[in-house]
Design a protein around this ligand. Structure first.
Ligand code: FAD
Length: 310
């Protein structure tokens, strides 16, 4: 184990932490330790980590803000590559003010505000989506009629063994809250925005933030919507859960939020086991009541990694 950290530390410029508890890297505040956690400072760092993991046959997991993951109480048996500080840059491309290349660690709310200030429309309505650009691309996150798929022109990734590649946005299999991007680390995304009036864009930002403030349990750690809205149903996942009488259901420290039924919150000291138990009960009840099988939006991470389909 010491060998793993020392070798990694000698190959990357960013910090490497050993046996690092992951709860502090998730908005759920839940999750056991990773064997190591690296905060890359550059694409070269990501390449070095993936080369190392390939040589040493060690698992790896990319993580952004951890706002859409539920990490197992036993943690992750490998190296977490956490894109945040150091990967949060913006550059203009070809001196075209409407095209920005953005580091995967850039917080989406910061990008939303920066684009609005610059008079660029396309991502500003995601001001209340508390993740990174890398996580947003992978999840095809969206809000208020905007989602990443609409503005992402290219995605820079590093694949297993450290291979660097740029994927055109048109080659990504964009779907509702999914991009199909898996098994790689997203290091940057190139966006094509459209011009807009900064005052109008800023008003939209204020409106969206006010709307969120009313309907989001910001006082409790959570991961946003736990379930995807079901296709072919005129009711949202939240409405189905509410209709099945599950609002307020509590197991251990986990509870279906009394404010928003598609949020399962950590009321204090919740474990991943508690949250999974609530998920299971909710699914069972909604299926019994409506014959609808709710799909997970949150990514469950166990010791072996993350399953894109929950
Ligand atoms: C209060 C709250 C409100 C929310 N509201 C919304 C909303 O309105 N709309 C919405 O769509 N989502 C919402 N979310 C969910 C979440 O914020 C988004 O899905 C967000 O884009 C996830 O980004 P992240 O950086 O936190 O990803 P993480 O949670 O860190 O990771 C999510 C998945 O992406 C992978 N991943 C992360 N970064 C990378 C990378 N660089 N390369 C490769 N894979 C990567 C991870 O392995 C994991 O499988 C909300 C969450 C919270 C807590």
């Amino acid at each position: 184990m010491k060998w793993l950290v020392e070798t990694l530390a000698s190959r990357v410029a960013g910090p490497v932490r050993f046996d690092e508890p992951l709860a502090q890297y998730t908005t759920y505040r839940i999750g056991g330790p990773a064997r190591a956690l690296v905060v890359p400072r550059s694409t070269e760092d990501v390449v070095a980590v993936l080369q190392f993991c390939n040589e040493a046959a060690v698992r790896w997991l990319p993580l952004g803000l951890g706002s859409n993951v539920l990490i197992d109480d036993a943690g992750f048996d490998g190296v977490v590559i956490r894109l945040g500080k150091g990967s949060d840059w913006i550059e203009e491309v070809d001196e075209d003010p409407e095209i920005w290349r953005v580091g995967a660690g850039m917080p989406t709310p910061r990008l939303a505000r920066s684009t609005a200030r610059a008079g660029l429309s396309g991502i500003h309505r995601l001001v209340g989506v508390p993740g990174t650009v890398g996580g947003g691309v992978v999840m095809n996150s969206g809000a208020h009629g905007q989602e990443f798929s609409q503005t992402v022109a290219k995605v820079d990734v590093v694949g297993p063994g450290g291979t660097v590649e740029t994927i055109p946005g048109s080659d990504v299999t964009w779907r509702y809250r999914d991009s199909g991007i898996a098994g790689v680390v997203v290091t940057a995304a190139t966006f094509r925005f459209t011009p807009g009036d900064p005052a109008v864009l800023n008003r939209e930002i204020q409106r969206n933030l006010a709307w969120r403030k009313k309907g989001t349990p910001f006082d409790k750690p959570c991961c946003g919507s736990v379930f995807r809205n079901p296709r072919g149903s005129d009711r949202s996942a939240g409405q189905l859960i509410d209709g099945a009488g599950m609002k307020g259901l509590r197991i251990g420290g986990a509870q279906v939020s009394p404010l928003h039924a598609n949020y399962i919150v950590n009321t204090g000291g919740a474990t991943a086991t508690d949250v999974k138990a609530v998920i299971g009960t909710v699914r069972e009840k909604v299926e019994k009541e409506y014959g609808i099988e709710l799909e997970l939006e949150v990514r469950i991470v166990d010791q072996r990694g993350s399953d894109p389909d929950g």
